[in-house]
Design a protein around this ligand. Sequence first.
Ligand code: ATP
Length: 503
Amino acid sequence: QEDDFKRVISHAKEYGYVFQSSEIYDGLSAVYDYAQNGVELKKNIRDYWWKAMVQLNDNIVGIDAAIFMHPTTWKASGHVDAFNDPLIDNKDSKKRYRADVLVEDYVGKIEAKIEKEVAKAAKRFGDKFDKAQFLATNPRVVEYQEQATSILKRLGRSLENEDLADVKKLIEELEIACPMSGSKNWTDVKQFNLMFGTKLGASAENAMDLYLRPETAQGIFVNFLNVQKTGRMKIPFGIAQTGKAFRNEIVARQFIFRMREFEQMEMQFFIKPGTQQEWYEKWKETRMKWHLSLGMGEENYRFHDHEKLAHYADAAADIEFRFPFGFKELEGIHSRTDFDLGSHEKFSGKKLQYFDPETRESYVPYVLETSIGLDRMFLAVFANSLREEQLENGSFRTVLKLPAVLAPTKAAVFPLVKKDGLPEVAHQIIEDLKWDFNVLYDEKDAVGRRYRRQDANGTPFCITVDHQTLEDNTVTIRHRDSMEQERVAIADLKGIIHKAVDM
Ligand code: ATP
């Protein structure tokens, strides 16, 4: 697993997807730059989300709010008081952990034991294996499940009651029951605020303390009434936004999974109080469908319903994805009630109410939120797509099986040889295709090598111009995943590629 993840990181660098930030100065921890291919993949993911959320829903519109916001925003949102991570230091290894993440890692070990039992039983029972029944009845597995649930419940309770001493105790107990760090020597758990501060204004006495936004959502809440009125929006309606957010993450590891500067894609859906359960279920389902539409395997997703709820939520679930280091949160779906708008009303003294023209009542709407990290989605797509395949002749190929709709380059065009007018024809094809797609030209090395390069790059199609092309205006088009080749007319290329890559 660790090796798989290392391969993902090095492939991302080698093929121009993700670089460490400021690498020539030895990098900046948990900050990354998107390179020439990465920026295209990221844009395509963002567009795929935007199309599904904004373009296809006539009651959802987008905004692009500023990163800087009035500082009172973060008092109203609760971030000044409550945006804290519980930290614990291991005195022996001098390593710092997020206490809740550490507990979840212990639980992950228990879950791995369950998976092992399941795999063993599946092998033993073959076709007759009923996983659901096994999970419900096997005594050992049931015990593991109960253990995991009770640990998470206790963690939730302790954090909610701000009983940090109990969180420490829990970690000490877990370390004895299920040794992981090899140490019993922990500091107390401390809370640490995750917001980055900065100053607005030139002179020291007039400068205003600002924060870099730790989430994009608040830009939507403070604009709720402006959008509702100018767009004449009727409840239920949504506002969507993508943009940078900043968190001074303490345990920043796992590549672009947890960054200090990252991008979110959020949508707040404004609804009538009392309808939140129905919309919560609906958005859970809608968002899961969006993920599955990319074809990355149903078995790689699961819901995780929160027992421990944030101060603003009355229900919350994560969509978890199977990353190279296990199932982890990819997207959150939160029923936020009227916490945000109500709180902004209080702090600003401005009414943030919706007037229902039918019932002639005014009320503060409830909010249903979907929030996904663009970088985390990038990692999910990239890691899931990277494969090492053995071919019929025994050799191996590295192939990045990106969903075609997301691939940075849609087609590469090759002249079979660098003479006889073939490069000119290849360039003509590029001239024609480049108005519709990102395409590239490659004439270096044997065609087989060029195929391998594009496989590793994630390009879904390779188009080869050969001598026959000069006679009948046909080319071969080779499909990345099946490696099949077919002869098609140059005039049909656009249609074939559109069919495969259009959103
Ligand atoms: P986690 O528990 O992993 O820290 P969170 O519950 O704090 O995440 P939210 O505040 O709900 O996350 O943010 C919504 C989404 O934003 C997450 O599902 C994740 O995809 C993304 N996200 C949050 N923090 C980061 C980060 N530091 N780096 C990259 N993506 C992030």
